[in-house]
Ligand binder design. Sequence first.
Ligand code: MIC
Ligand code: SF4
Length: 644
Amino acid sequence: MAGKSLIYKILESHLVEGRLVVGEDIAVAIDQTLTQDATGTMAYLEFESLGLDTVKTLSVSYVDHNTLQDGFENADDHKYLQDVASKYGIYYSKAGNGICHQVHLERFARPGQTLVGADSHTPTAGGLGMFAVGVGGMDVAASMAGKPFHLTCPKVTNIKLNGRLQPWCAAKDIVLKVLSILTTKGNVGTAIEYTGEGVVSLTVPERATITNMGAEMGITTSIFPSDAKTKEFLRAQGREDVWVELQADKDAQYDEVIEIDLNALVPMIACPHSPDNVKTVAELKDVAVDQVLVGSCTNSSYRDLMIVATMLKGRKIHPDVSFGVAPGSKQALAMITKNGALADIIASGARLFESACGFCVGCGQAPRTKSISLRTNNRNYEGRSGTKDALVHLVSVETAVASALTGTITDPREIGIEVPTIELPEVYEIDDSLIVAPKCDVNQSILRGPNIGEPPSNSALPETISAKVAIKVEDKITTDHIMPAGPYLKFRSNVPKYSQYVFSPVKADFAEQCKENVEHGYYNVIVARESYGQGSSREHAALCPMYLGVKAVIAKSIERIHMDNLVNFGILPLLFENDADYESIQEGDELFYHCDDASFAAGVFTVENKTKSTIYTLRTPLNERQLEIVRAGGKLNFLRNGGQ
Ligand code: MIC
Ligand code: SF4
C-alpha cells in the first residue's frame, strides 16, 4: 500500500465521518478555533443562539482588525467579544496583542491538531504542522459547539522545494512563485504539502509566510512537516511539550508534484491587482515608489522586523517614500524594542503602526491617487488599500526595504549592502498578559451596545422562485468587491447597515435595486463568471446578500469558503455549463425556477429566463447535506432542526 501524505495522516486521526477519497464529503473533529473581531461578533452571536453553556474546543477570540475605533462601534464589539469569551470559555486576545495568525502561531498552534478559523489566512498555522482551515463564522460556531467540520476531501499537491534560498531571496518569493504557477483560480479542493531539502532550512515564521498565502490560491490549506525547526521554535516559545514529529511517509502518494528550485529563485513581485500577477523584481526595476509598508499576517514576525532593522541601521528612507511598519505581535514589538532594533527603524525615518491588520485591510494608510505602493501583505485587490487607482504591489520584506531606501522598485541583490543574517532567539519574550484566560462563568453578563445586532435569520427556501438578476459581474470577483471592509468594517455586527454597502465598489445602487425588486415581489439573483468569491472568509459577503433577498448565485465557478458561506445562509449556488448562457443573461432579467424535491434530488435546476424566453439547465455543485442546509434556509436553522 502506498504511503500517506501528512495531510491525510492528520485527517485520518481526526476523521469522524466519510472516507479519505478525493472529492468525498468528510467530517473531522476540530481541536481549536480562532476568530478575529471583524468576523467574531457574528460567529459568537451565532454560537449564542445554539444555546450551549460552553465551547467544546480550545478557542481564541482575537481583536486585531477593527482597532481604529473611530466611533463607538468597534469598542462596543470588543466589549461584547470579551464578555462572551469570559462566559463561554474562550481565550480573549486584546487589541494590541497582535494579528490573530501571528499570535496563534506563537502561543497556541499545535502540530498534528486541527484548527478552523473565521479568517481565510488561518492556514498560516500549517507552517507549524497543523491542519488549519479558513471558514465562515457560522462554521466556527458549529465547531465550538462540538460539531464535526465537514469538508470535501482534498487532493494533495506536493510542492518539493529543492536546493536552498539564495542571499536576498525570501520565503515570500517562494510563495509568489507558487502563485505564478497555480494562480488564484482553479484550485478549489486542493491542499498543498511542502517537502524537500529546501524545507529544512526554512524557519517556522518563513514557513508561515508560505502557508499564509495559500489563501490567495483558494486552496483548502497548506502544511509543512513538524521537524527539528518546529521543535526549536516551540521550545523558544516555552511550548516544547506540544511538539510532535510529523511528516509524510517516504513513499507518500500525491495527486500532483511541483518542483521548485530554490537555487534559481530570484526576488518576485505581484503586480496590480491580483496576487498571481507575478513578475521578477528586476523586470520592474527603477519604477518610482510612493509608499512602502511592512506588516500583515504574512510578513510581520520578529524575524521580518529584524530584517527591516538590520537593513535600515544607519541609513535613511528615501525622501519621496512614506515607509511604515506594523509589527505582527506585541511579542515581536517588545523584543525589537528591548534589543534596540526599533530605534534603528525609527531613526531611518520609518513610521510605526499598531500591532494589528491596519493598512492590510484598508484601515488607514490609503496611498495617494495613482501611486505605487509596495507592501509585504498578501492581497492587492483593486481598491482594497482604500485608493481605487493606487497600484499596490506585493513583495518580500527585503525588496520592500531595498525599495524604500532607493525610492524605486529595487532588487535587494543590487543595493550593495551586507545580507542580513537573522538568528532566531533561543527564547522569545513570553508575556501573555494581553490574553485574558476564560472564566466559564455562566453568570457573566454580556454587554450589547447599540452596534450589536441580532443573529441573522432566514426562512426555509420557497418551492418556487421568481427573481430578478440584480447584478452581472465578470471573473475573479473578490469578497472585497462584494462586501468591502475598510471604512465599513465597523458595521460588521450591524447587518441592516452593512448591507447597504453590498457590491458598492462595483454597482453603487445594488442594495437599492435589491430592495426595489423585493418590494415588487421578486427575489434577487447574482450572476458571475469564473472564481466568484475569491479572498476572504467574511460570511457577510453571503449574509448581507441574504438580507437583501438574494436566493441564488449563478456562476461559472465559485471559491470554496464563499461557497460554504452561501450554503450557510441559504443561498443556492448554481453553475453555468456553457459560456453562451452567461453571455445571454443580463442584469434586470426575470428568472423563474422550482426548488422542488425533483430538482434537489437531481442537483439540476431548470431556470426560465422570462425576459429572454430562454431556458438554462443549471447544476448545483452541492452535496446532499449542503442542499439540505440550503433548503432549511441556512445552517442555523439546520442545526436547530437537529442537523449535524
Ligand atoms: C482579509 O484579509 O480580507 C480579512 C479581513 O482578514 C478577511 C476576514 C474578514 O473579512 O473579516 C479574511 O481574510 O478572511
Ligand atoms: Fe489581517 Fe491582512 Fe491578515 Fe487579513 S490578511 S488577517 S486583514 S493582516
